[in-house]
Design a protein around this ligand. Sequence first.
Ligand code: PTJ
Length: 251
Amino acid sequence: MPGRIPRSHPRYASLVTREKLVQGAKEGIVAWEGLLAHGRGEAFDYLLGEHTVPEAAEASRATAAHLLRAERAVISVNGNVAVLAPAEVGELAAATGARVEVNLFHRTEERVAKVVDLLQAAGIPDVLGLQATARIPGLASDRALCAEDGIFEAGTVLVPLEDGDRAEALVAMGKAVLAVDLNPLSRTSQAATVAVVDEVTRALSAMVRFAKELRNDPAAQEEALTSYDKGDNLAGVLRHIGERLRLASRP
Ligand code: PTJ
């Protein structure tokens, strides 16, 4: 519980975030494996300096432009994202007109229902995912189960904290796949159309700000899309990590 963590602790925010996820796991919202995934994310965030690097902001701006221009866009939500950033998911859906769908890797009907409830309690009205009416082709895991009028038919899908298999399968379906993943080397980051290498709460907040800024400005939306180059962007992120390691290891 956050109450047990002293506010004076130098890593207070990080400990509170961990506690939220542990509590979410105890309540059956976060998969136990989600705790391991968070640890991996934290390690990359540490290497990045625990802030949004300029390349991540640029990728979040391109993501906002994609969502605004899409005819049908869906924000895919798993257990970790639901616990860490429910308000931000709702704000981004409202700002862009995207729909929200719960899609789980470690899927049980009970956990889907709990995640849907959490998102509805956060004020998101029309959450998809309870009825799995379609399958993503070429994907053996339960991640393939999705809503026909949601992820299956969407042209654009935002996939925070994704596993690489589904990102690749969605790209193979011809969709624009917008990923948020702190690991710039993951298969998800490599496969995605846009790869935002940032912590999910910071990334979604930035996307909300950019969506509001770009909403009535088609020329700026176009510029956000054309100026983004994924290869250059990821190379820039890796340079930040390399530079931090180089400085820290100077004798
Ligand atoms: O709720 P479920 O059943 O759908 O399961 C969700 C997890 C996250 C367990 C599932 O999608 C999974 O196993 O994911 P992976 O393959 O472990 O990948 C998660 C990626 O997210 C890793 O590359 C992490 O670095 C990254 N990550 C973890 N926490 C964050 C993050 N990226 C951004 N923000 C975070 N807070």
